[in-house]
Design a protein around this ligand. Sequence first.
Ligand SMILES: C[C@](O)(CO)[C@H](O)COP(=O)(O)OP(=O)(O)OC[C@H]1O[C@@H](n2ccc(N)nc2=O)[C@H](O)[C@@H]1O
Ligand SMILES: Nc1ncnc2c1ncn2[C@@H]1O[C@H](COP(=O)(O)OP(=O)(O)OP(=O)(O)O)[C@@H](O)[C@H]1O
Length: 281
Amino acid sequence: MTSMRLPAPAKLNLFLHVTGQRDDGYHTLQTLFQLLDLHDTLDVRLTQTESITLEGPDLGIANSENLVVRAALKLREAAPTASDPRGAHITLHKRIPAGGGLGGGSSDAATTLLALNHLWQCGLNNHELQDLGRELGADVPVFVAGNSAWAEGIGEALTPVTLPESWYLIVAPDCPVSTAEIFSRPELTRTTPPITMATFFAGASRNDCQPVVQNLYPEVDKALKWLGNFGEAKLTGTGACVFARFESQASAESAMAQLPEGWTAYVARGINRSPATQQLV
Ligand SMILES: C[C@](O)(CO)[C@H](O)COP(=O)(O)OP(=O)(O)OC[C@H]1O[C@@H](n2ccc(N)nc2=O)[C@H](O)[C@@H]1O
Ligand SMILES: Nc1ncnc2c1ncn2[C@@H]1O[C@H](COP(=O)(O)OP(=O)(O)OP(=O)(O)O)[C@@H](O)[C@H]1O
């Protein structure tokens, strides 16, 4: 096989509690990752050169900083035994808004690792790929593992879960939020006591980043208030996207039909298994 097309799904953090901070500055957290059918798509083609090239929309960063290229280089460095030359041309079709808390960049990185491990015949197992992914970002391992999951540690200690496949309306305010900035704010609550999964399912949870982001970004505050008319509205990750759960596609779409002019929103279904890892079994 010399080429493949794979999806890179988005995620929601159904809740996010910051439970502490490690000596290296990273925060320990508890979260529930819900994978979504909203996805980017990657076309990955082998080339008989040493170069890794990327074609896609302008994200305001150099290609060398794109997580797709960084993931490809990291895999090539980690698996030196595979046959050479290991070049690739990757076309990224972006649909997930960048910097939105939907994990798009992390998922693109994970899909790149999965696709090139296969095409280059590196032979790394899923756990080894998750370890590589963690070095690219705290959110990469869940996409490599390919299951909706309960997460602890810095987001990498994963327990797969099966969640009801609900529908979500996601509003994407036009203000990318920097994860590093939110985690550096002094007013962030960092001492939420750990909860059990049963407590979460009983309804006791929140996103500790939400009050911080809501104060800094009036657009996020507005979106939360508007979505709150339809159900419980929450921030995903460190934002900027906010979401509410719906029982059916029709009810989510009917809420979206009332979206204020100029706003961007998506209707997406929660899924338990990643279509990327499923395609590779
Ligand atoms: C908030 C979440 O979106 C929840 O899913 C993730 O934990 C963020 O994961 P991510 O975007 O992959 O984040 P990274 O690229 O690893 O980290 C960006 C920056 O956020 C801060 N960061 C991130 C994750 C974490 N558990 N603690 C942190 O303090 C660190 O300053 C880090 O330098
Ligand atoms: N392939 C990519 N797609 C999107 N952003 C990328 C990509 N590669 C690098 N980035 C950079 O990473 C930043 C965060 O992107 P991403 O879309 O993963 O944010 P996010 O949805 O907030 O993620 P998370 O929930 O993991 O914090 C962007 O602002 C962008 O500069």
